[in-house]
Design a protein around this ligand. Structure first.
Ligand code: PEP
Length: 251
């Protein structure tokens, strides 16, 4: 089965609303590739201006986080209902920075995933190991656990439309990329985990991204691997390099 590639930018806490609109304009001519899904996951305050700026283009709108309740006394949070009303399609959950700095756990990732599915979003579920875990030889055990908890209560039919982003924490924002072999090995392992949970058809359908210092120079090799169906890109998503990644076949 050939899975459609998905190249998603994770802008993090970087663009003011006016800078965001400028960035969309700069990238517009560079990111037109009808063969891949292109997504900008942007800070909450940028969602509306970016939605307007990408109108009529191939770019899809994404958020970087969501709360798992529909509404209520959660000061400073953004509900799935708000994101839906604002026109968001994709939502990143479980990013390692949310886990490290904001108390995200596999259990809250699970609650968020169930909520995103209920609302009809396309979730991007992040997982990944620390350097210590890799060196201790427990990478796949750790990721298996993350995936199994995150997908608890999710059906096979629902799971196939979820995107999983494998992001080794030691490779995020460090300039240290996993080798192509390391990235492919773990993405293949995640696919086997999904096969164990849901069967081969779901495992063949689900898209698995690699994330961690992907850039214009290393994207072609990474994205040519059998089990890597796209990239979640931080730093390089704010630069023209993102256009090169979108056109990785020619990189
Ligand atoms: C990320 O934050 O998801 C990421 C992969 O960042 P970077 O590309 O900067 O390593």
């Amino acid at each position: 089965m050939s899975r459609r590639k998905i190249i998603a930018g994770n802008w993090k806490m970087n663009q003011t609303p006016s800078e965001a609109v400028e960035l969309v304009k700069t990238l517009a001519p560079l990111v037109q590739n009808p063969d891949v899904d292109v997504v900008y996951c942007v800070p909450a305050i940028d969602i509306i201006p970016v939605r307007e700026a990408i109108k009529g283009s191939n770019v899809r709108l994404g958020a970087e986080n969501v709360h798992f309740e529909d509404k209520g006394a959660f000061t400073g949070e953004i509900s799935p209902k708000m994101l839906k009303d604002a026109g968001v399609e994709y939502v990143i959950i479980g990013h390692s920075e949310r886990r490290q700095y904001f108390g995200e756990t596999d259990q809250t990732v699970n609650k968020k995933l169930l909520k995103l599915i209920e609302y009809g979003f396309r979730p991007i579920v992040c997982c990944g190991e620390t350097l210590e875990q890799r060196e201790a030889g427990i990478t796949m055990d750790w990721i298996n656990m993350q995936i199994k908890i995150a997908f608890s209560g999710v059906s096979a039919q629902q799971a196939k439309d979820v995107v999983i982003a494998y992001e080794p924490i030691w490779a995020i924002g460090t300039g240290k990329t996993a080798t192509t072999g390391q990235a492919e090995e773990i993405c293949g392992g995640i696919r086997r985990t999904i096969a164990g949970l849901y069967g081969e058809a779901t495992a063949e359908a689900i898209r698995i991204q690699y994330g961690g210092s992907m850039n214009a120079a290393n994207c072609k090799e990474l994205l040519s691997q059998a089990n890597i169906d796209g990239g979640l890109i931080g730093g390089a998503s704010l630069k023209p390099d993102f256009g090169t990644i979108v056109h990785y076949q020619k990189a």
